[in-house]
Design a binder for this molecule. Structure first.
Ligand SMILES: [Zn+2]
Length: 110
């Protein structure tokens, strides 16, 4: 059963093929500030509509997208190299509930 989500203002709509089994709680310099919970999917299984703006920094391997209107972080995707996956901010999913999903700690602090 597909899962839907959106940013706060509704500009960005996300559709995923299924509920994530788990999400990542990462402590890198960006996630520590934005509090994303990332779920991973193959890019061809994800549908995203609405304009987003990408933040690109560091090694410039990925773009971190957010809604330009309400500012919610939406997803990240590769800028070139194919990782076979992209990251979705699971906090945007209608059904997101940290009481029922496994949160895995990722240690990516500098
Ligand atoms: Zn928005």
């Amino acid at each position: 059963m597909s899962v839907r989500g959106s940013c706060h203002c509704g500009n960005v709509q996300i559709t995923l093929p299924r509920q994530p089994d788990w999400v990542a709680d990462c402590n890198c310099s960006l996630c520590r500030r934005t509090a994303w919970r990332v779920a991973y999917y193959p890019p061809d299984q994800v549908r995203i509509s609405g304009e987003t703006k990408a933040y690109i920094w560091g090694d410039r391997l990925i773009g971190i997208h957010h809604c330009p209107t309400c500012g919610c972080g939406t997803h990240w995707q590769t800028l070139g190299e194919d990782f076979g996956k992209m990251g979705i901010n699971a906090r945007l999913l209608d059904s997101y509930d940290e009481a029922t999903i496994e949160v895995r700690k990722f240690d990516n602090a500098d």
